[in-house]
Design a protein around this ligand. Structure first.
Ligand code: 3PG
Ligand code: MG
Length: 399
């Protein structure tokens, strides 16, 4: 990989220099209290920030949070993240209340060597995500003015052609941070000669989100286990009735076609937990997949499925898992996700958990993070990497 790294930058010396770090601090917040419910992404960027602080850089961190529409929106402020980041770094983080305005300018200008600033949400500015090259460029110019060098450590956002990810590195000396490097190293192991058997577990709600990765993985994997909301479209494609379960009708034909071409690699649930309603206290039962009542909806995979999937996983030498097996946020429908996660930790395999919800599930279920080979911070980004797509953020570092 022809990418310069943080170590190259550190070797040049960064003391007294302003280093602009793009991080992915897009953490989940509690809807009521606004508190951070999972700080995994903040912790993941500490090695890079710590090294820069230690080397005496003036560290300017920027990130998006949520999907505000190009204008300030207080519910998506990074202010709580600045607080948590300061706790984890053990030093205050100077928070700018805008991204490229007066507050940002004075905050950056006031940094002493070894201090850290966090700019307000990048997506409070329309230029960050704009499809218009000139609008993105104008915003990138403003951001780039805050750094003498640029570090990309926002693995979760490398699949976005956004100003801070794609256009800023064209304006500054640029390197990959420790997190981005580690993520790419791990994922490249999965795409180039994974040790076999290579078993992939996919869940989550929509087939349409996973279609490209299923297509890309089918020739490569030995087994593809499918659970989560998306399994019902596959079950329908097998001619089964799925009651009021999540169903993407326009994907049924595609799923039928995938099943026909899969050479028996795709494993689907044999039993599911069905409920009267999408609610934590809904009445529920386990049924065989050919016995889903017409008025009930499936919210988890059943125990026999867990056992079958676990048996396949126990043989694996390489495992990739993306997407929960059920509605794990509700205790009644968490057993499938927990069972699969535990089976992955027990397997004598190199295991990678792909981002977003599955990483959050690992932590929410209280599982030991260290018993997985790698927990990616990128959901969409890790899937697009496995699809073999060019990731704009990585391509920008290569130039
Ligand atoms: C994510 O959570 O998937 C990343 O932070 C990217 O966010 P986005 O999907 O809103 O671009
Ligand atoms: Mg996303």
């Amino acid at each position: 990989m022809s990418i310069r790294t943080l170590d190259d930058l550190l070797a040049e010396g960064v003391s007294g220099r302003r280093v602009l770090v793009r991080a992915d601090l897009n953490v989940p917040l509690d809807k009521q209290s606004g508190a951070i419910t999972d700080d995994g992404r903040i912790r993941a960027v500490l090695p890079t920030l710590g090294a820069l602080v230690e080397a005496g850089a003036k560290v300017v961190v920027c990130s998006h949070l949520g999907r505000p529409k190009g204008t300030p929106d207080p519910q998506f402020s990074l202010s709580p993240v600045a607080g948590r980041l300061g706790e984890l770094l053990g030093a205050p983080v100077h928070f700018a209340t805008d991204t490229v305005g007066d507050s940002a300018r004075s905050t950056v200008a006031g940094l002493a060597d070894g201090q850290v600033a966090l700019l307000e949400n990048l997506r409070f500015n329309a230029g960050e995500t704009s499809k218009d090259e000139a609008e993105r460029a104008a915003f990138a110019d403003q951001l780039a003015a805050f750094g003498d060098a640029y570090v990309d450590d926002a693995f979760g956002a490398v699949h976005r052609k956004h100003a801070s990810v794609y256009d800023v590195p064209a304006r500054l000396p640029h390197v990959a941070g420790r997190l981005v490097l580690r993520e790419v190293e791990v994922l490249s192991k999965l795409t180039s000669e994974p040790e076999r058997p290579y078993v992939v577990v996919l869940g989550g709600s929509k087939v349409s989100d996973k279609l490209a990765v299923i297509e890309a993985l089918l020739p490569t994997v030995d087994r593809l286990l499918i659970g989560g909301g998306m399994c019902f479209t596959f079950l329908k494609a097998q001619g089964l009735e799925v009651g009021t379960s999540l169903l993407e009708k326009d994907m049924v034909e595609t799923c039928r076609n995938l099943l026909e071409r899969s050479g028996g690699k795709i494993m689907l649930p044999v039993d599911v937990v069905v409920a009267d309603a999408f609610a934590p206290d809904a009445a529920h039962d386990t049924v065989r997949v050919d016995g889903i009542p017409s008025h009930r909806l499936g919210l988890d995979i059943g125990p026999e499925t867990v056992a079958g999937f676990a048996a396949a996983l126990s043989q694996a030498k390489t495992i990739f898992w993306n997407g929960p097996m059920g509605v794990f946020e509700m205790a009644a429908f968490a057993a499938g996700t927990r069972g699969i996660a535990e089976a992955i930790t027990k397997a004598d395999a190199f295991s990678v958990v792909g981002g977003g919800d599955s990483a959050a599930a690992v932590r929410a279920l209280g599982l030991d993070e260290s018993s997985f080979g790698h927990i990616s911070t990128g959901g969409g980004a890790s899937l697009e990497y496995l699809e073999g797509k060019t990731l704009p953020g990585i391509a920008a570092l290569e130039n």
